[in-house]
Design a binder for this molecule. Structure first.
Ligand SMILES: [Zn+2]
Length: 291
């Protein structure tokens, strides 16, 4: 509001103390809305569902990303990690955007939606890829952890019920091999059903997700021609989601952790990486998931 606004008459002057009670009230009312946006933003983020992106799908494909989020969680302090195994707070930069672009490209190609769960909150506050007792440190954080895992479990159950089998793709980032994607299946455990049904070719062969991504000109470790006995990179064999939701568990959905190298997630390369992952996933879908 301007004092020179003709609607409220000519400037009277100077001191607020000289203003009539009515004008003082008008000033207060004008000032009040300025404070509202900050308050309403904090309120919005206080709804855990708004800090996790969820897409209900129709395909037997579930794409998730736990560690790319950048948002603070209101009322939840940064984790300290006391007594936590494998404590980490480092963000898997760009994996939120990558997972989203990857899912969108799968949808564009297949004309149906994959399921998507992406944490928008920063790992400093809640680590969505850990068991609950290692993931957060204050009770206020539980709802944010659950806002990731409840829809993820619902997706796995829906896929199992509707399709009988499916694939969980857990997108992460690593900097040890900037120009490579590291496979994490707990050395084959989390894809046991896939191997039983179709052999190891479904994990690393020409129509597998990893094999196809490699054939698209990208580097994958272990390499596609390394064979079934080749061990996955120590420390990158698959975390909580793969270990707890893979096909060796009651969920019965094969699960692969995709540890994407730094350079594959750079601003310049992210769209191509998403496209190559989608191409590979569509080839896998057509070879192994399509009925
Ligand atoms: Zn990660």
């Amino acid at each position: 509001m301007s004092r020179n606004n003709p609607a409220v008459g000519p400037p009277l002057d100077p001191g607020v103390s000289m203003l009539s009670a009515r004008r003082r009230l008008a000033l207060l009312l004008c000032a009040a809305p300025l404070a509202l946006p900050a308050a309403s933003t904090a309120d919005d983020k206080a709804d855990p569902k708004l800090l996790v992106e969820v897409q209900t799908g129709t395909l037997p494909i579930v794409i998730v990303a736990a560690h790319g989020g950048t948002e603070k969680i209101p009322g939840v302090p940064e984790r300290m990690g006391v007594g936590v195994k494998q404590f980490a707070t480092v963000r898997d930069v760009g994996t939120d955007k990558l997972a989203k672009a990857y899912a969108a490209d799968v949808e564009r190609q297949l004309g149906k939606k994959p399921w998507v769960v992406i944490a928008k909150y920063d790992r400093k506050f809640v680590d969505a890829n850990r068991a609950a007792d290692q993931a957060y440190e204050v009770k206020e954080a539980k709802a944010y952890y659950d806002a990731y895992h409840v829809p993820l479990v619902a997706a796995l159950k829906a896929v199992k019920e509707k399709h009988g089998n499916g694939i969980l793709l857990d997108v992460h980032g690593q900097g040890k091999y900037p120009d490579a994607l590291l496979r994490g299946t707990q050395n084959g455990k989390s894809v046991v059903l896939l191997r039983q049904r179709h052999g190891f070719a479904a994990v690393n062969g020409k129509n597998s997700i990893l094999g196809r991504f490699e054939r698209g000109g990208n580097k994958v470790l272990p390499r596609a021609d390394a064979g079934e006995k080749a061990k996955e990179e120590t420390g990158y064999t698959g975390g909580f989601a793969v270990a707890n939701y893979g096909s060796h568990t009651g969920y019965g959905i094969d699960a692969i952790q995709l540890e994407i190298g730094t350079n594959y997630r750079s601003a310049d390369n992210l769209a191509k990486t998403a496209r190559d992952l989608a191409d590979a996933t569509v080839a896998f879908h057509d070879a192994y998931l399509k009925k």
